[in-house]
Design a protein around this ligand. Structure first.
Ligand SMILES: [Fe+2]
Length: 262
């Protein structure tokens, strides 16, 4: 069994007083870190951050993000979001690879669980894309994997949702090419985790379970018309992902006021 704390979209800016849609993202992330370290009953084996660690793609934001996220008492792995500068993330986050700082693709093993993290940064913002050489790299990693359980990690939305705004603007535009590579291994791919859309969601596509976590700093509600503005609501959250030999369980939570319940 493995327990994963899935977090995403902290959107930290270059200064601690930076606000996005009237939310102080640094303070919200600090609240999240304090909750995880001091109040959370769920004991994760590791934390996966599915990207947009920063809002500004610069070194100051990455430094500030590392300052707060490095306080987490569990191992932290991050994916690159469309707002992240890969070089800046690699400079501060020690679990990231240091060979190629332009694309953050990497994998790691935890117990028998094989995690493959793909950089889904796209050429047309804010949509995502997986480059042909990344698909070749992914294919090799899957071919060589001896793990009974594989977890795929990306930032962007990998599937269609039926929501016009999300489907037009937030998807990995060549998502089906990604699934062409993944599908032969679907019996061992236990879940694909992603962020970017700021809402918890669940999808089942070509035999693979896909799940997004709520963003740490706020939630978005998307209109159907891609030309309209989205709505920013309520405090953010995170997800608990538990994978056993025969089950995947995902619980989504909001980071509201912390009160004791009976
Ligand atoms: Fe994003």
């Amino acid at each position: 069994m493995i327990r994963i704390l899935h977090v995403t979209d902290t959107h930290i800016g270059p200064t601690p007083d930076y606000e996005l849609y009237s939310y102080n993202t640094y303070q919200q992330t600090q609240r999240f870190v304090d909750y995880v370290n001091h109040h959370m009953a769920f004991q994760p084996d590791l934390i996966l951050h599915t990207g947009d660690v920063c809002y500004n793609p610069d070194s100051l934001s990455a430094k500030l993000a590392y300052e707060v996220l490095s306080q987490l008492k569990y191992p932290l792995y991050v994916a690159r979001g469309n707002h992240d500068d890969p070089q800046a993330l690699c400079d501060y986050f020690p679990n990231l690879p240091h060979e190629n700082k332009h694309r953050i693709d990497y994998d790691f093993i935890h117990d028998d669980y094989h995690f493959i993290v793909l950089d889904s940064f796209g050429h047309v913002q804010p949509a995502g894309e997986i480059e042909p050489e990344q698909l070749i790299w992914l294919q090799k990693k899957l071919e060589q994997s001896n793990s009974a359980s594989i977890v795929i990690v990306v930032h962007h939305l990998p599937v269609w949702t039926g929501n016009g705004w999300l489907d037009a603007r937030m998807r990995i535009i060549n998502g089906d090419e990604l699934f062409d590579v993944l599908q032969p291994y679907q019996s061992r791919i236990r879940v694909l985790l992603f962020g970017h859309i700021h809402v918890p969601s669940t999808h089942w596509y070509r035999g693979i379970l896909c799940s997004s976590a709520p963003a740490v700093f706020s939630q978005f509600i998307f209109p159907d018309d891609p030309q309209e503005r989205f709505t920013v609501t309520s405090p953010g959250g995170f997800s608990f992902v538990t994978i056993t030999t025969n089950q995947v369980s995902i619980l989504h939570h909001q980071l509201g006021d912390i009160l004791d319940g009976d």
